[in-house]
Design a protein around this ligand. Structure first.
Ligand SMILES: [Zn+2]
Ligand SMILES: [Zn+2]
Length: 150
């Protein structure tokens, strides 16, 4: 869960856009709002489906490019991927993921012990590591329940 309210996030979004000389179009605002209203780490397609009623003329390509731009600027984060469709994470605070290998759900969690992990020596010396994230993989509660039903 994000600690900032969507009102605060939208305000930040406007300030950041202005600071970078990006025009604040209704489309961009709608895409950003759809993002921060999502807790499912949406794909481009999901965001497109959530805004297309309000902007029937907008193409999925526009959504794709806008999301790439947002990721570049730091409005959203890309979820670590495995060669599947890109997924976006509006929660910019340090958190970790549980990923269900059956239904693809990605659940957020916080764990201070994981935040405190140290970069292994070999990478410390040779690479610039900017973040450490822990990904738990397995089967989620919902899928487990489904599999025990008769
Ligand atoms: Zn699942
Ligand atoms: Zn997340």
């Amino acid at each position: 869960m994000m600690s900032k309210t969507s009102k605060e996030l939208l305000e930040q979004f406007r300030i950041q856009c202005k600071a970078r000389g990006l025009s604040i179009t209704p489309q961009r605002t709608a895409i950003y709002e759809a993002l921060i209203g999502s807790e499912d780490h949406p794909r481009t397609e999901d965001i497109y489906n959530r805004v297309k009623a309000a902007f029937p003329d907008m193409s999925i390509d526009t959504v794709y490019r806008t999301l790439c731009l947002f990721a570049e600027i730091g409005f959203v984060r890309l979820v670590e991927g495995y060669g599947e469709a890109k997924r976006y994470d509006p929660d910019m605070e340090c958190h970790h993921h549980f990923r269900c290998m059956r239904c693809g759900r990605i659940l957020d969690f916080k764990e201070p012990r994981f935040d405190a992990l140290e970069v292994p020596q070999q990478f410390k010396q040779t690479c610039a590591v900017s973040s450490i994230k822990v990904v738990l993989e397995g089967v989620c509660e919902q899928c487990l329940q489904k599999s025990v039903e008769p």
